[in-house]
Design a protein around this ligand. Sequence first.
Ligand code: NAP
Length: 342
Amino acid sequence: MEKTQLEYRGEILYSFQIDNNINKYKLYIERVKGLALYDVIIIGGGPAGLTAAIYACRAGWKTLLIERGAFGGQAASTDLIENYPGFPEGISGPELMLNFYNQAVHFGCNFLTAEVNVLQSTNLTGKIKNVETNVGTVQGKTIILATGAQPRELGVKGEKEFRGRGVSYCATCDGFFFRNKKVAVIGGGDAAVKEALFLANIAREVVIIHRRDTFRADKVLGNKALAAPNIKVYWDTVVKEIAGERKISSLILHNVKTLATISEEVEGVFMYVGTQPNTAFLADHNSKNEQGYLLTDENLQLSITGVFAIGDCRRKKTRQVATAVGDGASVLAAVDEYLHSL
Ligand code: NAP
């Protein structure tokens, strides 16, 4: 049994007892006996991957889900999810993801904690596809890529130097360290505004720095932030530098309209300038766009037969838990059809 847990404010928010029932030894034995062949191999254990696992197992397919870290993806580090249907008061991301995971366990999904090495298209084109991981190779008749996305770096001076010492990409994880302090949130999308509202309950003051004069975020969220007494917004403003000695002391800000440059004192900076897909491991460049998002057809299939992509790692307009779940459920129709055709 392996344990994955998420701690927040000194409390254990969730703790997955992972029955890592496929270990290196078992993989070896299975390979020798020719048993390491799965109908469905899902790579990535966020909402999309876990949903696909539930559907695949319920359809009777021998299913393996490979995850390199904690289950639940980005949703597991979201404090409160208010727009996932079925929870009128909202639900904590870790709790929702734990439920997804338990449901996949309930329907008999096999789990492997491992890192997938480079996936060469030559290993994927045949009827039996090989997935090499750091603990051994597994084989699948179909592969579902559900590797999600991760926060994008802003790329300004001071960002790398102060990472983990004031620069953070996760308010749920690090907000606690800024109790009664002044912090900045960079970005104007859903994530930035949502996390600014979360931080406003902990920090003394939150300044949102946004490069345009309107939020990209949903209006309801945006209006909540504008009404919060301890949230201030700098519109049309970009960060030039994160400055400080041992710790962050200020941000150098530049107004793109007035061209004024000012210094704003803050002790923490939370980056929410979008995400980038976790697709570097897929060597097939024809299946990605220039940002690295995976290109799928209407069946969520890549240009390689029997290989599918779901959730935030694929090119699409909306990236929410509900849409990831939609992908995870929808992909099974095509997976089913393909497996029956073999
Ligand atoms: P996003 O929607 O792409 O927003 C990124 C924000 O960062 C935008 O405001 C963008 O500015 C800004 N930005 C990007 N590059 C920048 C740069 N170089 N310098 C300064 N600002 C920059 O990303 P997200 O907020 O992470 O959301 C990703 C997806 O997850 C979206 O589909 C979102 O709806 C979803 N999501 C939903 C929720 C929810 O509760 N419903 C919560 C989190 C995320 P511009 O606006 O000028 O482009």
